[in-house]
Design a protein around this ligand. Structure first.
Ligand code: AFP
Length: 321
């Protein structure tokens, strides 16, 4: 069975980048072990504080963030770190080449009900910039050197790209190694499955309301097919389902807070997931342009997201015309 190491060597990934990726994966294996403890580990529930997003932090948000931060600061190739759970970027090693930007536990509202969560990571070049300054991190998603997620589900999976396709690895509980279980995964171009939080329907812009209403009309409607719906409330699980069997995922702008472009964050949700989706043959848009082409202005900047099967995303975008 091929391991992550084999694939990274096959893709001629440098030793420093390989070591940086392995640092994320080692911390993720420890997070997986913690999650398996559940209520026995005094890790459930809220941490009694809010993050910069104004969201109540779960205990595991804080614990997993610190595990990744400590591990990455100890890796000499890491110049700086940014996290959903850190108000400001964290400077690491002056001689490091890479910035690691992550959501330590995406979908953390699922933890207390034992439903899938995941770690999302994005690796950018530091370009010798001052990694105590936010500006160093504000690079387009197209600059990413690697992106991926670790999915803590019935099994623990790693889905990763270094720009040469998307590979899926399964954590072998016996050897504690991620082994390749699907190479060069591709997203089917068409789908009958959509993911959106329908409870926000009245707040969406008109084009999305019309598109979703057309899907709900099924075979008799303008789209001429019966759709199914899924909503796991963890982007990492939605994206994995789409890579696995196609689909479209949307978290669009809504008018609940008109100045907020959406709920999801560009740097550590939108960009890494969009790189994976594009590398697997899908599309990822903010409704107007490819997410990977967005020029970031803030490290915690939010972005509307429409991603998944290429033909369905184009159908959704056609309503914006
Ligand atoms: P949490 O990490 O706070 O659970 O949020 C998860 C998330 O950012 C993303 O992973 C989900 O797709 C989305 O929020 C779910 O949002 P709703 O709770 O509004 O459905």
């Amino acid at each position: 069975m091929q391991t992550v190491q084999h694939i990274l060597e096959q893709n001629q990934i440098s030793a420093p980048l390989t070591e940086t990726i392995n640092t994320v994966l080692t911390a993720s294996k420890d997070i997986a072990l913690l999650l398996q403890k559940g209520a026995m580990g005094d890790i459930l529930g809220c941490a009694g504080q809010e993050n910069v997003q104004g969201e109540t932090q779960k205990k595991l948000d804080v614990i997993s963030n610190d595990m990744l931060k400590d591990a990455l600061k100890a890796c000499s190739h890491v110049a700086g770190i940014a996290s959903e759970e850190e108000d400001l970027p964290v400077a690491a090693n002056a001689d490091g080449q890479f910035l690691v930007i992550y959501d330590p536990l995406d979908g953390s509202s699922n933890i207390d009900i034992n439903v899938t969560v995941g770690t999302i990571f994005s690796i950018l070049p530091s370009n010798g910039g001052d990694t105590a300054q936010e500006a160093t991190y504000l690079q387009k998603g197209r600059n990413q050197l690697a992106a991926g997620y670790v999915l803590y589900g019935p099994s623990t999976l790693l889905v990763m790209t270094t720009g040469q396709g998307v590979d899926i690895f399964t954590l072998d509980p016996d050897t504690k190694e991620f082994v390749l279980t699907e190479a060069q995964s591709q997203i089917t171009p068409t789908t009958k499955e959509f993911a959106i939080n329908m409870s926000n329907q009245r707040f969406w812009a008109k084009p999305i309301q019309t598109y979703v209403a057309d899907m709900l009309q099924g075979e008799e409607g303008p789209l001429g097919k019966r759709y199914n719906m899924r909503w796991v409330a963890a982007m990492v699980a939605e994206v994995h389902r789409i890579i696995n069997r196609g689909g479209i995922f949307m978290y669009p702008w809504d008018n609940r807070e008109p100045n907020k472009p959406g709920k999801l964050r560009l740097m550590y949700e939108g960009n890494p997931m969009s790189m994976l989706v594009e590398q697997a043959g899908g599309l990822a848009s903010n409704g107007e342009i490819a997410i990977l082409d967005i020029e970031p202005e803030l490290i915690h900047q939010r972005v509307p997201v429409i991603l998944g099967s290429k033909e369905e995303v184009n159908t959704a975008l056609s309503y914006n015309k």
